[in-house]
Design a protein around this ligand. Structure first.
Ligand SMILES: [Zn+2]
Length: 592
């Protein structure tokens, strides 16, 4: 379906050169060179008619000399622009959109690459507002336990890994979920020790808030019956007082920090692989929710080598030297890499009962979860961010954590401000606290796929009353708040079409439950597409640059095999991304 008028070679994963600047984004104006070169002649009044004629000639000649670099024709385009929501063609010059309309044949020149796309749907590039790039790269390398249905499924994967590795080498894995297994009990170190005595094993839960380790790993970390819980963490013990091998939140680090650190080369390969995966899935921007100095230098190296096929909006991982540095320098705004926010974590997750609740868990009456950061710390960071023109994005899942974050932000933000501080997840919110989001213009950054992963047990955890404020997207939308959508990859699959599907159905991939879980909170298709494009861009101060298709904006868009705005929901899951275009370059193209 692609015709390249010019032999463009292999354009995959090339990206425009990066030019970072510490200034706010101003959309680049379109070239206006057509009247240049005529001014010198203007003094010769007698020649005026000739000049006018010449100018007209020059104008038309330059219009042809400045044709589009890329032209997509005959597509079914959703622009996300309210005045011209639909179109058939889009023309790109350089990294910007030159025109959007129904017939742009006049923009075609001898060197224009034309994609004739009858039957294809074209939408703005998807933006994932909350993902973990390095984690995604790692997840493509380590044991993936997401599809294990029993403890023994996991154990057999570990057994296999142990057989192929040198004694003493770590075995790591991710995404186990005991709620999917018969009995739904946490597993134990002994299950793993049975197949791996000499390899330390460290497996993280699907939400990243619990680790399951074997005896060898506990030994190496000196975790035994006498070890007390670290602040913000919990070591599970059996009746005899021995650690069971399950470590919650901050206790994970007791073992986790014994794993040898990755080399810069490993990090670079992982991030590069993650970025390729994003391009394949139609993501043109990702908000990286927790970036280290190492990650930033990796991004810069990839950009220099033209090997970053996705734009990154980086959140600095917590306080520390990197945060201090940006508090001094202010935001760094670039085309492929922007650093202007910090990521904090206020509590744990609901699945592992680490989310901080105002009242105890409905299915664990002695447990109210874990508050990881006190309000005073969040307030301190919010204050520094406000002064430096930076944004604060704090993970909050339980209703207590959400309230704590809202109160901390409210202590710093004037009502009606435009600082766009965010609550990451905003999962369980007390009904009376929603108004605080609106009053202080605090943005919810949600992951629709979390709702469909958690819906099987969410009500057991929080009971019938609190669940009314859980994953309650329409409550935010009714307050006029934009919702930034995302996946929290690799916690969930990074595919934005899965997120879109979850947003509009609140069903699993088999269509259960019928009608959707708490269906009054489903998004409409327009709201869902907006949450993955324009509103996600807004949550990064980038709505003037991306998120919709209009002349002057970045040419970031994707072509889809089906019309996700009209097909039956189940078909959304079968929809394929055929092209991902980033700044006018095709960074992914489906192979036939
Ligand atoms: Zn996350």
């Amino acid at each position: 379906m692609t015709r390249a008028a010019q032999s463009s070679g292999n354009v995959s994963f090339q990206a425009p050169a990066e030019t970072n600047k510490t200034a706010s984004i101003v959309p680049q104006t379109l070239p206006t060179v057509i009247f240049q070169g005529t001014a010198r002649c203007c003094a010769i009044l007698s020649a005026m008619p000739l000049i006018v004629a010449l100018a007209a000639l020059v104008t038309s000649a330059l219009a042809v000399a400045q044709p589009a670099d890329l032209l997509v024709r005959n597509a079914n385009i959703y622009t996300m622009e309210s005045r011209t929501p639909r179109a058939k063609e889009i023309a790109v010059r350089g990294d910007r959109i030159a025109a959007v309309g129904d017939n742009l044949a006049s923009h075609s020149g001898p060197n224009t690459r034309v994609i004739d796309a009858p039957g294809a749907t074209l939408v703005p590039g998807f933006i994932d507002s909350h993902g973990h790039m390095r984690g995604l790269g790692e997840s493509l390398e380590i044991l993936d336990l997401r599809h294990s249905n029993t403890v023994s499924d996991v154990v057999s994967q570990v057994k296999q890994a142990a057989a192929s590795r040198k004694s003493g080498e770590w075995i790591t894995g991710r995404a186990w979920d005991q709620t999917r297994w018969p009995g739904a009990q946490f597993p134990t170190a002994d299950d793993l020790t049975a197949v791996s005595q000499n390899h330390p094993v460290y497996l993280t839960r699907v939400d990243g808030h619990a680790a399951w380790v074997n005896r060898k790993a506990l030994e190496l970390a000196d975790v035994n019956a006498a070890t007390s819980d670290p602040p913000g963490g919990k070591i599970h013990h059996d009746r005899a007082g021995r650690p069971t091998g399950i470590l919650i939140d901050r206790a994970m680090g007791l073992v986790g920090r014994k794993i040898p650190p990755s080399t810069p080369e490993q990090i670079r390969n992982r991030i590069a692989r993650a970025a390729e995966e994003c391009a394949r899935l139609g993501l043109t921007s990702v908000h990286d929710a927790g970036t280290s100095a190492e990650d930033l230098s990796t991004y810069r190296a990839l950009i220099q080598g033209s090997k970053l096929p996705v734009r990154v909006y980086a959140m600095i991982r917590g306080e520390g030297p990197l945060w201090d540095q940006y508090c001094r320098s202010g935001p760094e705004v670039g085309s492929l890499l922007t650093v202007r926010s910090v990521k904090l974590v206020a509590d744990g997750a609901l699945g592992s009962r680490g989310a901080a609740l105002k009242q105890p868990y409905s299915d664990d009456p002695r447990n109210s979860g874990l508050q990881i950061l006190p309000k005073s710390t969040i307030e301190r960071v919010a204050h520094a961010a406000y002064k430096a023109g930076l944004q604060v994005n704090t993970h909050a899942i339980g209703d207590l954590a959400n309230r704590t974050v809202l109160d901390a932000y409210a202590a710093v933000l004037p009502p009606g401000n435009d600082r766009r501080f965010r609550v990451e997840h905003a999962q369980v919110v007390s009904l009376e606290d929603f108004a605080l989001f609106a009053r202080f213009r605090i943005l919810p950054s949600v992951q629709a796929v979390h709702a469909t992963s958690d819906m099987r047990w969410a009500q057991q955890r929080v009971g019938p009353d609190r669940v009314k404020g859980a994953y309650a997207w329409q409550r935010f939308l009714a307050l006029g708040l934009p919702i930034a959508n995302g996946s929290d990859f690799p916690v969930e699959n990074a595919n934005p079409l899965w997120g879109f599907y979850a947003s509009i159905t609140r069903q699993d991939h088999a269509g259960a439950p019928p009608g959707g879980w708490q269906p009054d909170q489903c998004m409409t298709r327009e709201q869902a597409l907006r949450s993955f494009t324009l509103d996600a861009a807004f949550a990064a101060f980038e709505e003037r640059e991306k998120g919709s298709l209009a002349p002057g904006k970045l040419a970031d868009f994707v072509l889809l095999s089906r019309d996700i705005m009209t097909i039956p929901p189940a078909e959304i899951l079968e929809t394929r991304v055929t092209h991902t275009v980033l700044g006018g370059r095709i960074v992914y193209q489906e192979k036939h």
